[in-house]
Design a protein around this ligand. Structure first.
Ligand code: MG
Length: 188
């Protein structure tokens, strides 16, 4: 109950980005053209990108279980958006499915660590640079990667890997236990 948990939406709860890029290919959008990509997201069909079949690894159910564990001070979905419509759509879609979890929407290009306090709080995100920015501002980073099959602890792979890696939101309970036991050791 000592820290907030912030969970990204696209690429963590829903596999929306992968489908968005497949959709752009179908539409003939040049994937090297950042302006065209930005325009696609401003106008995107979020009903389609966030349809129930795109939920990753039972994420919604697992967030509900994390909330029921009472191991976090608060749980929030923290997501970048490209339009006012996207912000409303995500909020109205997700909040009724996860009671007591709020959706915080941020305009793209503003760092997540600028909107909420990262200090000693956890961010789960599939974008490595966002995880690193969070850690650089005092937060605890968890990189969500669909192609790993277990919880990887900090520094297990490389000296500069100062974040956890998982493909399963249920692992947040274990991460919280690890962090809390470290704190006890440090305060002895
Ligand atoms: Mg993401």
């Amino acid at each position: 109950m000592n820290r907030h948990l912030y969970i990204d939406c696209d690429g963590v709860i829903f596999d929306s980005i992968k489908y968005a890029f497949l959709d752009m290919e179908k539409l003939g959008i040049d994937l090297q053209d950042q302006v065209a990509i930005d325009n696609y997201f401003k106008d995107a069909n979020w009903e389609n990108l966030l349809s129930p079949d795109k939920i990753i690894n039972d994420s919604i159910k697992k967030i509900n279980e994390l909330r029921d564990s009472w191991m976090f001070l608060g749980i929030h979905v923290l997501t970048h958006v490209s339009s006012f419509y996207e912000a409303i759509y995500k909020t109205e879609l997700i909040e009724p499915q996860i009671e007591s979890v709020d959706v915080i929407t941020i305009p793209r290009k503003i760092g997540k660590e600028r909107i909420v306090n990262p200090f000693d709080n956890i961010l789960v995100d599939d974008a490595l640079y966002k995880v690193k920015d969070w850690i650089n501002h005092g937060g605890i980073g968890v990189l969500f990667k669909q192609d790993v099959n277990r919880l990887i602890k900090p520094f297990e792979f490389q000296n500069d890997q100062n974040y956890f890696i998982t493909n399963d939101l249920a692992d947040l309970l274990e991460i919280q236990r690890i962090l809390n036991s470290r704190r006890k050791v440090m305060s002895k």
